[in-house]
Design a protein around this ligand. Sequence first.
Ligand code: UT7
Length: 333
Amino acid sequence: MTRYSRIAGTGSYLPPRRVTNADLAAELAQRGLETSDDWIVERTGIRARHFVGEGVAASDLGVQAARHALEAAGAQPGDIDLIIVATSTPDMVFPSTAAILQHKLGIALGAEGALAGCPAFDVQAVCSGFVYALTVADSMIKTGAANKALVIGTEVFSRILDFNDRTTCVLFGDGAGAVVLEASDAPGILATDLHADGKHVGILCVPGTVSGGQVLGQPLLRMDGQAVFKLAVGVLEDAARATLAKAGRTEADIDWLIPHQANIRIMQSTAKRLKLSMDKVVVTVDQHGNTSAASIPLALDAAVREGKVRRGDTVMLEGVGGGFTWGAVLLDF
Ligand code: UT7
């Protein structure tokens, strides 16, 4: 019998501090920078985002999202035999945020207290991180390397924003989303399609690192917004078409498109190219901003909890971001 993977439950978590465009505009004004609710809404569709408080790390958000996903799946932390975290804002240089999160979930130890924890690792593909992580988990489940995986996207992007750069700091937010992906006799995940093109490293990056106890470069987000915009629209269409072709489906089979939540205009262009009505597109960018690797699972969970995405619906998840990376996952929910 063919072995597939399916989403057994979804969860998400947003830090409590909600910052509206007006709040942010007032904060930036104190730095001598001008922006407005009108500009942000018109160019991006963003109305608010959430920011973490001091000392809150990506694993803290991720663990809450994971608990909600476990609850929705009717699973216990001890049932999990694989953890993959997609993040570009890890808690530390190492170990992985996944290992830290595993410990916070209390599943690092075997029943007798022996060292018997499941594999846990991070995936770094910026805003495409969740579709990359889901694809890896799907492959590991299909090969029998795992039975029940936690796949989490979690970000504290506020830590890498330059609040003296109005062209980027108004775009991003913090949050986490998670799914429990489990082995199944029926799909589940129908097809996946991942890509990267490293020649575009410079258009979206955080050009800093650590060496000899010092921070080298500038670990703050830099983006050529227009270059990213143009590339994003093209690759999102290509990835959707490639994934549909692999699954032997067409655009007409898509019940819900859940693209990376970066900019409403990118989502509208993608929907138009795929001849999908915006009624079939899940939009949370207005309330979350761009939460990078967390944006897709956050949007998926919101759509599930609102009763939009239902069991049996065909859902296209699409990520695009720094690297340049992009990809899609087509699934029957
Ligand atoms: O997650 C990874 C994927 N990232 C993305 O998908 C982001 C893709 N890019 C975008 O979403 C858009 O390019 C942006 C939202 C970043 C920018 O929108 P745009 O329509 O490309 O605006 P622009 O860069 O052409 O800027 C238009 C004007 C400029 O002023 P001038 O030169 O026309 O006088 C900017 O200086 O808007 C100005 N501007 C702002 N004004 C008020 C830039 N940022 C702001 C701001 N508030 N925050």
